[in-house]
Design a protein around this ligand. Structure first.
Ligand code: SF4
Length: 187
């Protein structure tokens, strides 16, 4: 219901329409060719939600992970979870992408990259990440102000508005909603 994305568009779409939590996981995956379990779940279910089909999802994770752990280990150890997330293995549960509330209340440990950057990044790292996204300095101060008052979803909403030059009256309450609202504006 969020429209389909295909593998060839994914880098461009990640830059233009992923919320910071997913952009961060995406960039880390490309950088490290690896993500720990919490990150694989958070990003993997988001990608399912934006319409990446199972074959493309397998190709996407395989391309990165095989650079780090090799193809054989990827197939043995990681491919199952991806199929599982799509309800193709195990209990065939159809896993639902995580909401902001769930992500904000998660507790990432050392080496984890999941979670909500507005909640879990240091201010310094958050400023750097927002700068990379293209948030200007005036909007940046408004975002940081919301973060200091622990209004993480409002901070994300202000980021959305700064990057799209459009109001987001409903506010951001789900990463997949951020994505679909962005696509509506950009296409
Ligand atoms: Fe992601 Fe929600 Fe945090 Fe935005 S507020 S970065 S969409 S978890």
């Amino acid at each position: 219901d969020y429209g389909d994305i295909s593998l060839k568009d994914i880098d461009q779409v990640a830059k233009s329409s992923f919320p910071l939590c997913m952009r961060h996981l995406f960039d880390k995956l490309k950088e490290d060719h690896h993500l720990k379990h919490g990150g694989r779940m958070q990003l993997g279910l988001f990608l399912k939600g934006v319409g990446l089909n199972l074959d493309d999802a397998l190709a996407f994770w395989r391309a990165e992970f095989s650079k780090k752990v090799g193809l054989e280990k990827f197939e043995k150890q990681y491919a199952y979870t991806i199929r599982h997330n799509y309800g193709k293995e195990g209990k065939r549960t159809d896993y639902t992408p995580y909401s902001c509330t769930k992500i904000i209340s998660s507790t990432p440990g050392t080496g984890d990259h999941h979670g909500c950057p507005y909640r879990h990044f240091s201010e310094e790292n958050l400023r750097a990440a927002l700068g990379t996204m293209g948030v200007n300095s005036r909007a940046m101060e408004d975002v940081i102000d919301k973060v200091r008052n622990r209004h993480y979803q409002l901070a994300c909403t202000l980021t959305f508005e700064a990057l799209h030059g459009m109001p987001c009256d409903a506010g951001i309450n789900h990463p997949n909603q951020y994505f679909s609202d962005s696509k509506k504006i950009l296409q």
